[in-house]
Design a protein around this ligand. Structure first.
Ligand code: FDA
Length: 584
C-alpha cells in the first residue's frame, strides 16, 4: 500500500529533474520530485547555457527566460578564450569562442530568438525548481530514492525520509531517474551502458578574488594556464573559470587518477590560485574545494518499461563543450510532452519508446564529443614542445623557442596558431548544440531524404524543416509592430501547424482531427493580410514547402511532418499522421 500517489515521480532536482518537473507542471501533469539533500546545487558546476536550452526556458515562459538573463553573464563577456602562462604572465594565444567571433555571432543570431549565456548551476537550478513548484510540482527534500518495482500499471518506489529516518512508498504511473552520474534508478532499471567511468581526476577550487586587472580587457569564461612542470605528467595545465565577472572564480586542476585522491587544504588551494593567476601576493578567499572524476560513459538504453532516465544518469562526460546541463534539460523537453500526452490518454504508450530512440544517439554523440575535446588539447601541448621532455627547464625552453627568428620557430608559431584555432570544436561548436535531428516513429518523413549537411555539422547549424529537425527560427510580424519567432508559434505543450495562403484546408482539418483525437493544435497561416506576416521573406526561404504546404511541429518544437502543397483530403492526411505519431 503506497503512502503517496502521483502520476510522475522524479528522482533528483538537478537541471534534468527540475526541468522535467517544470515542464510537466506547465503541461498540467501531477508530479512529485525528491532530492536527497535539503537544497539544490551548492557549487556552480555547469554554466555554459546554449541557445537550445534557452529556447526550452523561453517555452516555459518569457519570464523564465528573462530571469535567466538577469542572473547570467552575457554572451559578450564570454568569448576571449585565453591560453597563457598565468593571468599576469605571457599570453600564448586566444580563440574567440561561444559566438564571440562576428561570423559566429551572426550564425547565432540567425538561428534562434534566444542567446547563449553563462548561467552557473547555482542560478539555473533554483530558477527551474521554482518554476516547477510554483506550477504544481510537489517537492520533498532530504528524501532519498532507495529502490523501485514496476508492474503493469505503475511503479512503486521506496523512499527514505532523512529527517524522520523512516521509509515511505510512492506509487506513480511513471518514474523518471534524474539522479546524476551515479544513478541508482538507472542501475535498478537495468539500463545498459557503454564506456568507462573515472578516466581522469580533477579538483575544483572555488574562490573569490578581484582579478579585473588581468581579465577585464579580454573578457572570457575560460582562461587556460600552461605551467610546465606544475602537475600531472609535467604538463601542468590549469583552468581558471569565471563564475561572476570578475571576482568569483573556479580553478579546475587535474590530478593523476591512478594515484591517491589528493588532500587539498586551504594553503594548497591558495598556492594553486596564486600560481595560476601569477600573483604571489593575491588576496584569495577560498570558498570550497572538491574533487571529481572525468567519465566517458553513455546509456545505450535510456528507459525500461515505465522507468525513464535522463541527464547525467545516462550521459557521463567531462565539462568540455559545456554540454552537461544543456543536454539534461533538452532530454526533459523531449520526454515531458510525451508523458503528458500518454497520461492524458491522447497518445498510446508506444509514443514513449521514441524517447530512447531519439535521445540515446545524442547521449553517445555528446559523450564522445566532450571526451574528444579533451584529447584535442594534445596538439597544442605538442606544438608548444611540452611533450618532448618531462624536464620543466627543457619544456620552458621549448616554449620559449617559438619567439626565435628561425624557420623552425616560424613553423612552431604556425602550429600553435592552428592547434589553438582547432579548439573551435570545443568552444564554438554551434552545430553540436543546435543540429539535433530525430529519427523515430514519432516523426513521419513519408520517405523524404534527410538533407545532407553543407558545412561541418559540428560547427554550423543547418536549418531544415525535414521531419525530425528542430523547427527553424525566423521572425514573423503582425500589423501592430509586434514580432515573434516561429518557435514561439509552436511549443507550450501543443502541436502546431504552419501554413500559408492556400493552406486554409489544413486549418479546418486540424480542427476536425483535433476534436476526433482530443488534440488542441495551434494553427497559423503566415502570409499577406494574415495575422502573422513574412515581410522579410525569411519564412518562405526556411520552410522548404510551398505556400499551401504544411509544416507540422511537435510540442518540443521538432518538425514531425511536412507536405509540399495542399491536398484534396487534408483531414485524412492529418489523421494518418497524428495517429502514427501518437501511436493511437
Ligand atoms: P545532477 O547531478 O545535477 O543532479 C542529480 C540530482 O539527483 C541531485 O539533485 C541529487 O541530489 C539527486 N540525487 C542523486 N541520488 C539521489 C538519490 N538516491 N535520492 C534522491 N536524490 C538523489 N558540467 C558542465 O557542463 N560544466 C562544468 O563546469 C561542470 N562542473 C561540474 C562540477 C561538479 C563538481 C559536478 C558534480 C558536475 C559538474 N558538471 C559540469 C556536470 C553538470 O553539473 C551535470 O552535467 C548536470 O548537473 C547534470 O544534471 P542532472 O540533473 O542530470 O544531474
Amino acid at each position: 500500500m503506497a503512502d503517496i500517489d502521483t502520476d510522475v515521480l522524479i528522482i533528483g532536482t538537478g537541471p534534468a529533474g527540475s526541468a522535467c518537473a517544470a515542464l510537466l507542471a506547465s503541461y498540467g501533469v501531477e508530479n512529485m520530485v525528491i532530492n536527497r539533500y535539503r537544497w539544490l546545487a551548492n557549487t556552480p558546476r555547469a554554466h555554459i547555457t546554449n541557445q537550445r536550452t534557452m529556447e526550452v526556458l523561453r517555452d516555459l515562459g518569457r519570464e523564465v527566460e528573462d530571469e535567466a538573463y538577469m542572473f547570467a553573464t552575457e554572451q559578450d563577456l564570454m568569448g576571449e578564450n585565453i591560453f597563457c602562462t598565468s593571468l599576469a604572465g605571457e599570453e600564448i594565444g586566444r580563440m574567440r569562442s561561444w559566438g564571440k567571433h562576428p561570423l559566429s555571432r551572426a550564425e547565432h543570431q540567425l538561428s534562434s530568438p534566444s542567446h547563449m549565456n553563462d548561467l552557473p548551476q547555482t542560478f539555473m537550478e533554483p530558477l527551474l525548481f521554482k518554476t516547477a513548484c510554483s506550477r504544481g510540482t510537489q517537492a520533498r527534500m532530504s528524501t532519498e530514492y532507495v529502490s523501485h518495482e514496476q508492474d503493469a500499471t505503475g511503479v512503486t518506489t521506496t523512499c527514505y525520509d532523512r529527517l524522520t529516518c523512516k521509509e515511505f512508498m510512492v506509487r506513480s504511473k511513471y518514474l523518471v531517474g534524474c539522479d546524476g552520474g551515479n544513478s541508482k534508478v538507472a542501475e535498478h532499471a537495468g539500463l545498459t551502458f557503454e564506456g568507462k567511468m573515472g578516466v581522469g581526476g580533477s579538483m575544483n577550487i572555488l574562490f573569490k578574488a578581484d582579478l579585473s586587472r588581468y581579465v577585464a580587457h579580454r573578457p572570457s569564461v575560460l582562461y587556460w594556464v600552461v605551467q610546465p612542470g606544475a602537475d600531472v605528467g609535467g604538463i601542468g595545465m590549469g583552468l581558471v573559470r569565471m563564475i561572476r565577472p570578475w571576482n568569483e572564480w573556479l580553478i579546475v586542476w587535474g590530478y593523476d587518477i591512478n594515484g591517491p585522491e589528493p588532500k587539498v587544504d586551504t594553503a594548497f588551494a591558495t598556492k594553486v590560485a596564486r600560481d595560476l593567476v601569477g600573483d604571489p601576493e593575491l588576496e584569495v578567499d577560498i570558498q570550497s574545494v572538491s574533487t571529481w572524476t572525468v567519465n566517458n560513459m553513455y546509456a545505450t538504453k535510456m528507459s525500461n518499461g515505465r522507468v525513464f532516465c535522463m541527464g547525467d544518469a545516462t550521459h557521463r562526460h567531462p565539462p568540455s563543450n559545456g554540454l552537461g546541463s544543456n543536454t539534461s534539460i533538452q532530454d526533459a523537453f523531449n520526454l515531458a510532452w510525451k508523458l503528458a500526452y500518454v497520461l492524458r490518454g491522447t497518445a498510446g504508450p508506444k509514443l514513449l519508446d521514441s524517447f530512447n530512440v531519439e535521445r540515446a544517439p545524442i547521449a553517445k554523440q555528446i559523450v564522445t564529443r566532450a571526451n574528444q575535446s579533451i584529447e584535442e588539447f594534445g596538439p597544442i601541448f605538442k606544438a608548444l614542445g611540452l611533450l618532448d621532455s618531462i624536464d620543466p627547464v627543457k619544456m620552458q625552453q621549448n616554449m620559449d623557442a617559438r619567439c626565435d627568428d628561425t624557420p623552425e620557430a616560424e613553423e612552431q608559431r604556425r602550429k600553435i596558431r592552428e592547434t589553438i584555432a582547432f579548439k573551435v570544436y570545443e568552444f564554438d561548436a554551434h552545430g553540436v548544440e543546435m543540429n539535433q535531428r530525430y529519427r523515430s516513429d514519432a516523426v513521419v518523413t513519408d520517405g523524404q531524404q534527410e538533407p545532407a549537411f553543407e558545412k561541418d555539422a559540428e560547427l554550423h547549424y543547418q536549418p531544415t524543416t525535414w521531419p525530425g529537425a528542430r523547427l527553424p527560427h525566423v521572425w514573423v510580424f503582425d500589423n501592430h509592430g509586434g514580432k515573434v519567432s516561429t518557435l514561439d508559434l509552436a511549443g507550450k505543450g501543443r502541436f502546431a501547424l504552419l501554413t500559408g495562403i492556400g493552406g486554409q484546408g489544413w486549418i479546418e482539418a486540424a480542427k476536425i482531427v483535433g476534436r476526433e483525437l482530443g488534440l488542441d493544435v495551434a494553427a497559423h497561416v503566415i502570409g499577406p493580410r494574415q495575422h502573422w506576416q513574412d515581410f522579410t521573406g525569411d519564412w518562405a526561404r526556411a520552410r522548404e514547402v510551398r505556400d499551401s504546404g504544411i509544416v507540422l511541429v511537435r510540442p518540443d518544437q521538432h518538425v514531425c511532418w511536412r507536405r509540399e502543397t495542399a491536398t484534396d483530403d487534408p483531414v485524412a492526411e492529418l489523421r494518418r499522421v497524428f495517429k502514427s505519431i501518437l501511436a493511437v
